[in-house]
Write a protein that binds this ligand. Sequence first.
Ligand SMILES: NC(=O)c1ccc[n+]([C@@H]2O[C@H](COP(=O)([O-])OP(=O)(O)OC[C@H]3O[C@@H](n4cnc5c(N)ncnc54)[C@H](OP(=O)(O)O)[C@@H]3O)[C@@H](O)[C@H]2O)c1
Length: 287
Amino acid sequence: MKVFLIGVDGQLGTDIEKCFTAKGIEVHGLIGLKEIDICDYDDSFIKITSSGPDLVINTAAFHNVDLCEDEVEQTFKVNVGGVKNIAGICREMGIPLMNFSTDYVFDGSKDTPYFEDDCPGPLSIYAISRLGGERVVQYMLDKYYLIRLSGLYGHAGCTGKGNMNFIETMLKFAESKREIKVVDDQILTPTSTVDVAEKLAELIMTGKYGLYHMTNTGSCSWYEFACEIFKLMDIKVDVIPVSTGEFGARAIRPGYSVLDNVNLRKAGIRDMDEWKKALRHYLEERK
Ligand SMILES: NC(=O)c1ccc[n+]([C@@H]2O[C@H](COP(=O)([O-])OP(=O)(O)OC[C@H]3O[C@@H](n4cnc5c(N)ncnc54)[C@H](OP(=O)(O)O)[C@@H]3O)[C@@H](O)[C@H]2O)c1
């Protein structure tokens, strides 16, 4: 199988390339905007068709959640328009597309994990645009993998967020601050890109298309996540729990966005590791 990977330099793209290549899956990866812009249909068409892949994986997104509130046009241009371009090219070629989405498509009114077929209720421009991207893929293609992720972290860092992730941000803060304020009323599942890449490789071998939640297991608040990072790194710092309101981020986020990976289990794929175990692996590899 040959995969055309958009965003090979990104946080998730880096681990997809590493994992797929190790499993003998051929990957033709293009770096984000330096090599391909999904908003340019004609150029993307030439690059994808000339590569002749069996599957396109698009990790590209405009996903600085707070910035999206101010840059609405750009958010929809990339997360809906860009996805429409790539889905159109896949349709022309008769090949499947794998695209990503987010736990933020839900409004957090549940207090038990969300299933794939729960009704979305996006609360921010970012979340609306990602749901728009999902709908475009579902409307345009019969064969797709739509993957909703949550609280992603990987060694490459998120290029859309200054090559950082939550773990690296916390560790950097700890170098200069004695007190770190972290939100304690948003519950999610932090998720490792290494673990996601492994499951994606398994999933594409099944050929079972559809919408999937894909996260590590268990759940915590951002505050609990931060405390666990400092505990495992043996760093003494005061972590202060604050409410979302006190923290005052620009975009509204769901208070609860834990995803049940039901469809993965139905596809015969085992649950991912518990989030604390995945975090330990990340920190060990970091050393
Ligand atoms: N990070 C999270 O917590 C999280 C949570 C849920 C879902 N997700 C989703 O998971 C996917 C992977 O996330 P990630 O953390 O790996 O992101 P990332 O590190 O920001 O990587 C995204 C890649 O897409 C490229 N890109 C951005 N705009 C593009 C465009 N218009 N055309 C072509 N390439 C473009 C970037 O290139 P440049 O460096 O040139 O911009 C980069 O290579 C994304 O869809 C993201 O929204 C992430």
